[in-house]
Design a protein around this ligand. Structure first.
Ligand SMILES: NC(=O)c1ccc[n+]([C@@H]2O[C@H](COP(=O)([O-])OP(=O)(O)OC[C@H]3O[C@@H](n4cnc5c(N)ncnc54)[C@H](OP(=O)(O)O)[C@@H]3O)[C@@H](O)[C@H]2O)c1
Length: 350
């Protein structure tokens, strides 16, 4: 940062925290149209956002990369455009998870004060030096949780938690199969299945991720480049499918009677190809003895993020952080995310 123009802090409670100053401009990743990340993402100097009533501005110290960023960048699949933005992306600054310190608060904010350390899932904007969000989207950073750990506890961790606990109804003593066990969602799914009481976890990933999956708590790892999980002759109470590579008929055969198939992904193609898989899962299982909830998208939950942070603080959950990148690397990090072979979570440190 070389800018010298300063704007005053919007509001800071007298006597509690020293006022801080916020530069008028900041560095931010940005994209105005849909295309491959390396084609559309640039890092520019832009005006620093100012908090309106009820909003909190945070100096971002860590942000994490998600598959969600790839969807907002590419605008795919096309049928998701009403929510992604019809002609242009609604989110023009990537980054749904961020952590850092509060530098300014809007009128009426009571939950956070200037100087507080916070983290949260926001509506994009994390790949920038400063990020703005409503006050109740930010959570206080608990003792024993680093800012880097906290910024992994948004989209991917919530998806793994809601997928296993709510959609899979995972209970103590159950046997779990997790396909795509080494990326952002999968690395959390392995760890959370253990915390939620699974008695045995089978993880599916490629060769380079086998050791990480075992270290994360998997009891058995199937390297899909060498073995086929269908050849095990084993059946599971919950199949958390983060890869979506097997026909539904085979997914069903991997379940015990009454078992649950949770599908959170679909083919990454342009038009309607993801649709049949998404729609057919509940229909297919409706006529079997097994269960499969309709395709769901994880929702922002401050309660879930707080619970996840408690697990980290208590030493029960250690997020897998693959790499740390600078803000200028945003186009490359986002290009890599689009390959869907991440190892745990990648961070941007603006
Ligand atoms: N419904 C929702 O709410 C929701 C939320 C978040 C994400 N998602 C979706 O869930 C998927 C995963 O997201 P993510 O953030 O975890 O992505 P990610 O970090 O890129 O991870 C992708 C994972 O898929 C594995 N994989 C790739 N090809 C595979 C194959 N043929 N067989 C088995 N595993 C394979 C990768 O393992 P290797 O590298 O070892 O191959 C890696 O573990 C994405 O499709 C994303 O769009 C859905």
């Amino acid at each position: 940062m070389t800018e010298s123009t300063q704007t005053p802090t919007a509001q800071s409670p007298a006597g509690e925290h020293a006022a801080t100053s916020v530069p008028a401009t900041m560095r931010s990743a940005f994209h105005e149209r849909y295309d491959a990340p390396e084609e559309v993402v640039s890092v520019r100097t832009v005006p620093t956002p100012q908090p309106a009533a009820g909003e909190v501005l945070v100096r971002v110290r860590a942000a994490s990369v998600n598959a969600l960023d790839w969807h907002y960048l590419t605008g795919l699949p096309m049928f998701a455009r009403p929510s992604l933005g019809l002609r242009r992306p609604k989110r023009q600054v990537p980054g749904a998870d961020a952590s850092g310190e509060v530098v300014a608060v809007g009128e009426g904010v009571t939950l956070h004060h200037v100087g507080d350390q916070v983290f949260g899932e926001i509506d994009g904007g994390g790949f920038a030096e400063y990020a703005l969000a409503p006050e109740d989207w930010w959570l206080p950073l608990p003792d024993g949780v680093s800012r880097e750990q906290a910024t992994t506890l948004g989209v991917a961790a919530e998806t793994a938690l809601q997928g296993l606990r709510d959609w899979g109804n995972l209970r103590d003593g159950q046997r779990v199969l997790i396909a795509g066990a080494s990326g952002g969602v999968g690395s959390f799914a392995v760890r959370l299945a253990k915390i939620l009481g699974a008695s045995h976890i089978t993880a599916v990933c490629s060769t380079r991720n086998v050791d990480a999956a075992l270290a994360g708590g998997a009891d058995r790892v199937i390297d899909y480049t060498r073995e086929d999980v269908r050849d095990l002759g084993d059946r599971f109470d919950v199949f958390f499918d983060n890869a979506g590579t097997l026909p539904l008929r085979d997914c069903r055969k991997l379940l015990v009677k009454g078992g649950t198939y949770v599908s959170i992904t679909a083919p990454k193609t342009k038009w309607v190809k993801p649709m049949p898989r998404m729609l057919s899962v509940p229909l297919y299982f409706a006529f079997t003895g097994e269960k499969a909830p309709a395709f769901k998208v994880a929702s922002r939950s401050v309660a879930d993020q707080a619970w996840l942070a408690e697990q980290v603080s208590a030493g029960r959950l250690e997020p897998l952080i693959e790499q740390r990148w600078s803000l200028e690397d945003a186009p490359e990090v986002l290009r890599r995310q689009g390959e869907f072979h991440a190892q745990g979570k990648s961070l941007i440190i603006p």
